[in-house]
Ligand binder design. Structure first.
Ligand SMILES: [Zn+2]
Length: 451
C-alpha cells in the first residue's frame, strides 16, 4: 500500500478497490532501492528520490458525476451490442429461427469483451494515477454506433500534470499493459472455442463461400468473389494474431472474422492497444517512449512514426483518392465529378494539399522537412498506382484521420515533465514489453475494403 497520506486519505472514498489494481503489486515507485524483491525483478537503480508532489486540492473535491459515467457506459454498451449483433455477426438465417434474443446475445458476445478490454485499459491508468496521488476522473465511455466499432473508446481525465518521469511512465504504461492482458485472454478464449466452418452457413449472401464450405467442410484458400456490388472487408493481420491463429483449428480467414463476435472484439482490443502505443505525442506509447528514452528521442521517433503513417495513407490514397476527389467535387458539380479521368488527375492535387496541411504542422512549417516529405508522399502514391498490390498492401488512407487527431489533439511532441528521473530497471523492462506489444499488435493496414 502506498504509505503517503495523500493516497490513504483517498482510500476511504474509493474503498479497497482503489488500492488494489489488478495485475499490479504495491507501488515500488517511490523508493525502488529499498523495497524487498517480491518477484526476482532486477532492482537497484539510481537512488534518485521521487520528489513529493503536493496536489493543490484533494481529488475528491473534483467530484465525479457517477450518473454521467454510468449513462455513457450504458449507451456505449447498447451501441456495441447493436454494432456486434446487427452490423457484424449478422447470422440472420440463424436469428430467423432462434429469435431476437439470439441476436442480442451475439451483440453481447462482442460488446462484453470489448468493453471489458476498454474498462481494464482505462482503469489501469486510473489506479496507477491514484496510487501516485494524481487526481483522475472515472472513464468517460464514448458511444458511437456509426464507425463500425460501436465506440470511440474511453478516456479518463488526469486533472493535474504528472510531475515526474516515473509517475508519467506508470500512468502511461499501466493502461495498455493491463488492457493487453484482457485482449490476449479473450483472444485465446475465442480461438479455443471456435465453431466449425459451417458456422458461416447462417449468414445471408456469401453464396460462393457457403458453396465451398458445403462442399469441402473448410474455408476456401483464396477469397471468394463478393458478388456484384458487394464489398468484402478484410481486417489487418498482425504478428501476434497470426502466430496464435496457427495454434488452433477452425480459424476463419481475415475477411470473415467480423462474424465471430468474441474473436472480432479481441482483434479490436489488440488494434486499440497498438494505436494507443503509437510512440507519438501524449499517447500512452508517447509517455512510455518519453520516459524510456527522453525528450529528444521521443521527438525524433514521433516524427518518424507520423511520417510512416502519412506514407501509408499516401499509398492508400492511390486507390481511394479518385473516389474521394469525385465525392468532394460532387458537392459543387455532379457532372464534373462523373469524369473519372479528370478526378483521377485532380486527386494528386488533393493529396499534395492534404500532405502539405499535415507536414507543415508536424514540422512547424520548416520547409527543409516539409518539401521532401511532400514529394516523397506523392511519389509513393504514384508508385502505388503504378505497381499495385506489392506496394498497395502497405496503404491505409484512414491514417489521414488519425493524423488529424494527432495535429489537433494528441500533438507530436511531448511536453517536458517537471522532474526528470531515470527509470528503475523494472520499469525499463515493462517499457520494452510495451514496445514489444506494440510491434506484435500493430498493423499498417488495419482495414481493407475489396469491391
Ligand atoms: Zn491508454
Amino acid at each position: 500500500m502506498d504509505p503517503r497520506s495523500s493516497t490513504s486519505r483517498r482510500s476511504s472514498e474509493n474503498g479497497a478497490s482503489g488500492q488494489d489494481a489488478p495485475g499490479q503489486d504495491a507501488p515500488e515507485h517511490d523508493l525502488p532501492a529499498q523495497r524487498p524483491s517480491g518477484n526476482g525483478a532486477p532492482r537497484g537503480g539510481p537512488p534518485s528520490p521521487d520528489p513529493v508532489f503536493h496536489p493543490k486540492k484533494a481529488p475528491q473535491e473534483a467530484k465525479d458525476r457517477y450518473w454521467l459515467h454510468a449513462l455513457l457506459f450504458l449507451l456505449t454498451l447498447a451501441s456495441c451490442v447493436w454494432t456486434g449483433g446487427w452490423q457484424w455477426a449478422g447470422r440472420y438465417l440463424y436469428y430467423a429461427e432462434a429469435g431476437f434474443a439470439a441476436q442480442v446475445l451475439d451483440g453481447l458476445r462482442y460488446a462484453v469483451p470489448l468493453l471489458l478490454f476498454l474498462t481494464v485499459h482505462e482503469f489501469g491508468h486510473y489506479f496507477a494515477a491514484r496510487r501516485h496521488g494524481v487526481s483522475t476522473s472515472l472513464p468517460y465511455y464514448i458511444p458511437f454506433p456509426f464507425n463500425g466499432v460501436g465506440t470511440f473508446g474511453a478516456v479518463i481525465r488526469i486533472r493535474e500534470p504528472l510531475p515526474t518521469t516515473r509517475k508519467l511512465f506508470d500512468v502511461g504504461a499501466a493502461g495498455p499493459l493491463a488492457g493487453f492482458v484482457v485482449a490476449l485472454g479473450t483472444l485465446l478464449y475465442a480461438l479455443a472455442t471456435l465453431p466449425p466452418p459451417e458456422y458461416l452457413l447462417d449468414l445471408p449472401g456469401h453464396e460462393a463461400l457457403k458453396a465451398h464450405i458445403n462442399q469441402h467442410g473448410a474455408f476456401p484458400e483464396t477469397m471468394p468473389e463478393a458478388g456484384s456490388g458487394a464489398v468484402t472487408i478484410v481486417v489487418g493481420q498482425t504478428p501476434l494474431f497470426w502466430a496464435l491463429s496457427q495454434l488452433f483449428p477452425n480459424v476463419p480467414p481475415m475477411y470473415e472474422i467480423m462474424h465471430y463476435p468474441v474473436l472480432f472484439a479481441s482483434w479490436f482490443g489488440l488494434l486499440f492497444t497498438a494505436l494507443n502505443l503509437l510512440p507519438v505525442g501524449q499517447l500512452d506509447g508517447g509517455h512510455v517512449l518519453y520516459a524510456l528514452f527522453g525528450k529528444r528521442w521521443h521527438g525524433r521517433l514521433a516524427h518518424i512514426f507520423v511520417l510512416v503513417l502519412l506514407a501509408s495513407a499516401s499509398i492508400g490514397f492511390a486507390e481511394s483518392g479518385p473516389g474521394l476527389t469525385a465525392w468532394l467535387v460532387s458537392w459543387v458539380s455532379p457532372e464534373t465529378a462523373a469524369r473519372s479521368g479528370l478526378m483521377s488527375n485532380l486527386s494528386w492535387f488533393l493529396l499534395a494539399g492534404i500532405l502539405y496541411y499535415f507536414l507543415s504542422r508536424v514540422f512547424d512549417g520548416d520547409q527543409r522537412f516539409v518539401a521532401p516529405a511532400l514529394l516523397g508522399g506523392v511519389g509513393l502514391s504514384v508508385a502505388a498506382r503504378l505497381v499495385g498490390e506489392p506496394l498497395a498492401q502497405f496503404g491505409y488512407t484512414g491514417w489521414f484521420f488519425f493524423c488529424l487527431l494527432i495535429v489537433w489533439l494528441i500533438k507530436v511532441e511531448h511536453p517536458p515533465v517537471v522532474h526528470d528521473q531515470q527509470l528503475t530497471p523494472r520499469r525499463r523492462a515493462l517499457g520494452w514489453l510495451a514496445i514489444a506489444i506494440f510491434v506484435l499488435c500493430f498493423s499498417l493496414r488495419p482495414l481493407h475494403v475489396v469491391s
